[in-house]
Design a protein around this ligand. Structure first.
Ligand SMILES: Cc1ncc(C[n+]2csc(CCOP(=O)(O)OP(=O)(O)O)c2C)c(N)n1
Ligand SMILES: [Mg+2]
Length: 550
């Protein structure tokens, strides 16, 4: 007779879920016992790192990923679970639970109300009623995680269940991952766009997730409309060197609305309406503009403060819309009118700051000079985002990742998951993570996993010894005297070496370029700590962060 464990592992094998990202405890050991040779266990040293590594791995492989956490310590991964939910990443997050025989007394390691713990950041949370349900529970978990909108699910699995007999083999099922839009409503949208005098497109990360750059470009060209990236897009939805690309929309109400002035119809595809951050009140859109919204997430369409929406897959909708645009105005005229819209002048050549330290802009330009076009950029460097996006246009699909949430500690472990996926797929594109000196600390132990897995990631830490962005925020919010904004005397190089990475502190652009090129040829991660000057002026928190390349 097969055990619950045997049947479950066979199911996972058939579903292609043979990598388990985990951090193990006594409540998980019965699940992991006699770990099958055709499975891989990717160990991270804290749950936050486990979760984000798996999230990015799932994104980069376009396949769900499996996570195994330690009972209530699932809470350590909560920030990154919230990010995974907002990233819309299909993840099956499991955690061990104390043995059923003792649960009533709540011994050590009981996950009390286990299905409450991960809420609201899971699509489904479940603890099986019977041990023998576990294989079918995994199947339901995968189906739930994959169906739109994709996202994480959580399973709490009592440790005594794995040896129990399981009579029948698991039933493997498949589900669809894309929902086609309602054709009648789509025709209305197509008519509104075709009749528009000056339409504008706002593209979101769902286009990138759906491998839809070609369809996004084809539709923008057919309509002849400028394209903005939705505010704080976690993936780049459009080639940033395309003549119709206007930049990233700001994530403040008033500033965003101003960017849309002069347009009569805006179509948002595959993004929330809108992802705001600082509160700058004003109209959501300019007077007279009609907003149309396409998303496969009914919660996203429901919470939009204005506009008319259509539920459907971003890429399928763009394809269908393009076919329905017949009778549209000549493309070229409108394109020419709008191409210049929003383009910024070339940035002046940067010089060192007055304190002799490099500026972030100098560092990013130097790195951009030496990187291959297909290098994958991962970013968590809050005050330096505008400089980074100006210096480093994204011109190839799937070469930019960040978090949809703003919860720090996602991007460093994400770089590990992406590099692992790149190697598995045989693509081996160079991976570079730009991680602020504050941000570096949240899931820092993930670099140990990168070292253990021999992943040649380049991690650049622009070190300004402060939570720079929060100083600008304090000015915007008029909150002087906030404590805890300086982080002096962090030795990033020693920390990185302690986890098994190569590390150097560099102050010179040529040395940085050399070290970057060398890093991609190694079989271990490299961390470069680069002392930088905080910007001389406060950061403009209302500006767009995915600026057009100058
Ligand atoms: C997990 C988490 N904790 C706290 C914050 C608040 N926070 C936002 S930005 C920031 C500072 C980031 O510092 P650093 O990475 O050095 O970037 P800098 O602003 O200096 O460029 C903090 C603490 C957050 N967003 N996420
Ligand atoms: Mg900093």
């Amino acid at each position: 007779m097969q055990s619950v464990r045997d049947v479950t592992f066979q199911l996972l094998r058939e579903l292609g879920l043979t990598t388990i990202f985990g951090n193990v405890g006594s409540t998980e050991e019965p699940f992991l016992k006699n770990f099958p040779k055709d499975f891989r266990y990717a160990l991270a040293l804290q749950e936050a790192s486990v979760l984000a590594m798996a999230d990015a791995f799932a994104q980069a492989t376009r396949h769900p990923a499996l996570v195994n956490l330690h009972t209530t310590a699932t809470g350590n991964a909560m920030g990154n679970l919230a990010t995974a939910f907002q990233n819309k990443t299909p993840l099956v997050v499991t955690a061990g639970q104390q043995i059923r025989e003792m649960l009533l007394m709540e011994p050590w390691l009981t996950n009390v109300e286990a299905t409450m713990l991960p809420r609201p950041w899971v699509k489904w949370a479940y603890e099986p009623v019977r041990a023998e349900d576990i294989p079918a529970v995994f199947m339901r978990a995968v189906a739930t995680a994959l169906q739109p909108p994709a996202g994480p699910v959580f399973l709490s699995l009592p440790l005594g269940d794995w040896e129990k007999p399981c009579e029948s083999p698991a039933v493997v099922r498949t589900v669809s991952q894309r929902i086609a839009p309602d054709p009648l409503r789509l025709a209305e949208f197509a008519k509104a766009l075709s009749d528009a005098k000056s339409p504008v497109l706002i593209y979101g990360a769902a286009i990138a997730r759906g491998s839809g750059w070609d369809q996004a470009v084809a539709f923008a060209e057919a309509l002849g409309a400028p394209v903005w990236a939705a505010p704080a897009s976690e993936r780049a939805p459009f080639p940033e060197n395309h003549p119709l690309y206007s930049g990233g929309l700001p994530f403040a109400i008033d500033s965003l609305s101003k960017k849309l002035e002069g347009h009569d119809v805006a179509l948002v595809v595959g993004a929330p309406v809108f992802r705001y951050y600082p509160y700058i009140p004003g109209p959501y859109v300019p007077a007279g503009l009609r907003l149309l919204h396409i998303s496969d997430d009914p919660a996203e369409t429901a919470r939009a403060p204005l506009g008319d929406s259509l539920l459907g897959d971003a890429v399928l909708s763009l394809q269908a819309l393009e076919k329905s645009l017949i009778g549209c105005k000549p493309k070229t005229t409108r394109a020419r009118e709008t191409v210049a819209h929003g383009m910024s002048p070339h940035a002046p050549a940067a010089t060192r700051a007055s304190d002799g330290r490099l500026t972030a802009a100098q560092v990013f330009r130097a790195l951009n000079e030496v990187r291959p076009a297909n290098a994958i950029l991962i970013e968590e460097s809050p005050s330096n985002i505008p400089d980074l996006h100006t210096a480093w246009p994204i011109t190839e699909p799937d070469t930019f990742y960040t978090f949809a949430s703003g919860i720090l500690g996602w991007n460093l472990p994400a770089a590990v998951g992406i590099a692992l996926a790149e190697r598995d797929a045989g693509r081996n594109r160079p991976v570079i993570a730009i991680i602020g000196d504050g941000s570096f600390q949240y899931s820092v132990q993930s670099i140990w996993t990168a070292a253990q897995l021999h992943l040649p990631i380049l991690i650049v830490v622009p070190s300004n010894q402060e939570y720079c962005i929060l100083k600008s925020f304090a000015a915007l919010e008029e909150t002087p005297g906030v404590p805890g904004l300086d982080i002096p005397r962090l030795d990033v190089v020693s920390i990185a070496r302690g986890y098994g990475c190569d590390a150097e502190r560099l102050n010179d652009l040529d040395a940085i370029k050399k070290a970057a090129v060398a890093a991609w040829g190694k079989s271990k991660p490299t961390v470069l700590e680069i002392p930088i000057s905080p910007p001389s002026a406060l950061i403009d928190l209302t500006s767009g962060i995915r600026r057009p390349a100058g």
